[in-house]
Design a protein around this ligand. Sequence first.
Ligand SMILES: CCCCCCCC/C=C\CCCCCCCC(=O)SCCNC(=O)CCNC(=O)[C@H](O)C(C)(C)COP(=O)(O)OP(=O)(O)OC[C@H]1O[C@@H](n2cnc3c(N)ncnc32)[C@H](O)[C@@H]1OP(=O)(O)O
Length: 154
Amino acid sequence: MHEPAAIQDQIPENHCYGCGPENDRGLQIKSYWTGEDETVCTFTPSPHHCAGPTQYLNGGIIATVMDCHTICTAIADGYRQAGRATGTGDKIWYATGKLDVQYRAPALIDEPVELTAKILERSERKTHLQCELKSGGRVCATADVIAVRVPDNW
Ligand SMILES: CCCCCCCC/C=C\CCCCCCCC(=O)SCCNC(=O)CCNC(=O)[C@H](O)C(C)(C)COP(=O)(O)OP(=O)(O)OC[C@H]1O[C@@H](n2cnc3c(N)ncnc32)[C@H](O)[C@@H]1OP(=O)(O)O
């Protein structure tokens, strides 16, 4: 079970290709808290998200959904650490400082992929997260991510 509202639906003014509700040609992923330091996301690929072979998901799309799922987790965590509901008061923004993806097995295009993100460590300027992407029940990619807090006028 997770909270009813998606993290992305609480972050204002987000036009991001991977996670922005304001981007009607984007992937519009949705992430949810499942625990103190953990979030999940289910993304259903479209056929045009394929790699060279049409049955597999493109690696750039895999990186994008892992990027967006983890950075949105860091942003929501930033609000939590500030003692505020996500999207309330002064904006809290993080950008990707590092996204290190390991592609372990091909992900299927015709099944939803399941992502989990875990916060490993946080400090004032940055949050270290780990992400896992599963397709067809097996781990297809893992990522090590550094989210860096940036000014809210970016
Ligand atoms: C361009 C869009 C930005 C989005 C802004 C948020 C909007 C919110 C709205 C709606 C939600 C949207 C959600 C988006 C989701 C998708 C996210 C993306 O795809 S973001 C695009 C790709 N990323 C970039 O274009 C960053 C380019 N890089 C930079 O601007 C700088 O390099 C930056 C901000 C990452 C850091 O630069 P410094 O000079 O400000 O800060 P320093 O002092 O270098 O780093 C601060 C801390 O972070 C560590 N750090 C930085 N990069 C690291 C790395 N690669 N590995 C390990 N640590 C790193 C440093 O060691 C330092 O740590 P110590 O405080 O000393 O402990």
